[in-house]
Design a protein around this ligand. Structure first.
Ligand code: EPZ
Length: 426
């Protein structure tokens, strides 16, 4: 197992190109199951999760080629409809094959994802939606065993909470269902929009993109896709916050500033110079210290898109440990997403947890000191990387396999921005 070593205190400087979005790549790869033939997906990030998903696809009889971020998937020989516990336990997003398998084969057997570090994360909305579409579902021995006796029927579905993968699973199932499906209180995340663009390119009939009401008119069959994965907004946000925390100056290119409304607002409020254009963002933290100022304490409350993303909560908390004053971080999406707090405290951070809120007493830009810390989940570990880059002295982060699930070439990208960071065997 590997660990990450960081000698902190160096401002990040330079230009960085952003990768494709993990949470778009996974549902779009799943959607290739909907149509036989060769699909072409571009800008697919090379991540541990992408590889795990392709392993799952292989088990279903799918062949693929991946070269230079271009993924070719041939879904002609889909001949198996089971996603094993072994695979699903390593990546919950595996449940995204349920919808396409039911639509294409009329049956699917997928392991229930089980517990997760950040929360209970049930899939009851997915299951309820499929049952409303006429799917017979049995939950046995930890598996969702689903079968359609006749054909899936379009229907009216309402989500209590705008679930991202729930919305994606139902949209994919509805594309080949009999009649029309309406999804109310649907998720509006840009990744859902990317999936809708792909499906429309395959011949699907979907209205209401980017709104909380989606209408899917079922069609007979779909064509293979040829589409591009959107830029990774969470990676973009992570590097912007890292630049802010180290007092640096960076330009992030090939990104989508419009997908980060809440974060850019918060970074400006905190005192950073943030300039954006169609596909790049410039952040300069230098001005803060030049004016003898400090990072202004800033409250955040995580919300479904376009609210502040929960996947950037931990990173922003790390930044607020360096602010001047008290910030409140309110996590409304997941019930257990403060695993990074104890680790940040090891680096000298002052954070009080009170239910779904964390009160962060900032210690100013030189407030953190390097220490050995441990990753617990993907985004918590990226907050520890940010803290390590800003801290004086050396930080060692163990269990970095969490990071590799969602950040492509992290060490190379940080080193190109001047950071002193490297990997070592544990
Ligand atoms: C997606 O997870 C992302 N994963 C998560 O990113 C992200 O944190 C999350 O959306 C919220 O933005 C992928 O897209 C692969 P939800 P998802 O269903 O779809 C509850 C990362 O770091 N809920 O929108 O699983 C649920 O418990 C990951 O990249 C139910 O109760 O999240 C949560 O409280 C982590 N029943 C809330 O809804 C259900 O059937 C939102 O979850 C489904 C969800």
């Amino acid at each position: 197992m590997e660990k990450l070593i960081i000698d902190g205190g160096i401002p990040l400087r330079g230009e960085l190109r952003i990768s494709g979005a993990k949470n778009a790549a996974l549902p779009l790869i799943a959607a290739t199951l909907l149509a036989p033939g060769e699909h072409v997906l571009k800008n697919v990030p090379d991540l541990r999760d992408t590889r795990t998903f392709l392993k799952l696809m292989e088990n279903l009889g799918i062949s693929w080629q991946y070269d230079g971020h271009i993924l070719k998937v041939d879904a002609t020989h889909l001949n198996f409809s089971e996603a094993s516990y072994e695979l699903v336990k390593t990546m919950r997003a595996s449940v995204l094959v349920l919808g396409p398998l039911l639509a294409r084969l009329g049956k699917a057997k997928v392991s229930l994802p089980g517990g997760c570090a950040i929360g209970e994360r049930p899939i009851d909305f997915h299951i309820k939606g499929f049952e409303q579409m006429g799917v017979n579902i049995k939950l046995e021995q930890g598996y969702v065993d689903a079968e359609v006796y006749e054909s899936m029927q379009g229907t009216h579905i309402y989500f209590d909470i705008p679930s991202v993968t729930g919305t994606e699973n139902i949209i994919m199932a509805a594309t080949l269902a009999q009649g029309t499906t309406t999804i109310k209180n649907a998720a509006k995340e840009p990744e859902v929009g990317n999936l809708i663009d792909m499906l429309q390119g395959m011949g699907a009939k979907i209205e209401g993109k980017n709104s909380d009401t989606l209408i899917v008119h079922g069609v007979e069959k779909l064509q293979p896709a040829n589409c591009t994965i959107i830029p990774e907004r969470i990676e973009t946000g992570t590097y912007l916050i890292a630049a802010g925390a180290t007092g640096g100056e960076v330009t992030i290119t090939d990104c989508q500033p419009a997908h980060l409304p809440a974060l850019l607002e918060k970074l400006r409020f905190a005192g950073f110079v943030v300039e954006q254009n169609a596909d790049s963002i410039y952040l300069n933290a230098g001005k803060i210290s030049e004016n003898g100022g400090a990072i202004r304490s800033t409250d955040i409350k995580t919300m479904p898109y376009p609210g502040y993303p929960t996947d950037l909560q931990a990173q922003f908390m790390a930044l607020m440990t360096l602010a001047d004053g008290v910030s409140v971080v309110n996590e409304t999406i997941f019930e257990n997403r403060f695993m990074h707090v104890a680790e940040l405290r090891r680096m000298g951070a002052r954070i009080q947890i009170d239910g779904h809120s964390a009160v962060v007493k900032g210690k100013g830009i030189s407030g953190l000191i390097g220490a050995p810390v441990m990753s617990t989940d993907l985004r918590a570990s990226s907050s520890l990387v940010i803290a390590g880059l800003a801290a004086s002295g050396r930080t060692t982060i163990s269990r970095i396999y969490h990071l590799e699930r969602g950040y492509e070439k992290l060490v190379d990208k940080l080193s190109n921005l001047g950071a002193r960071v490297w990997k070592e065997q544990e």
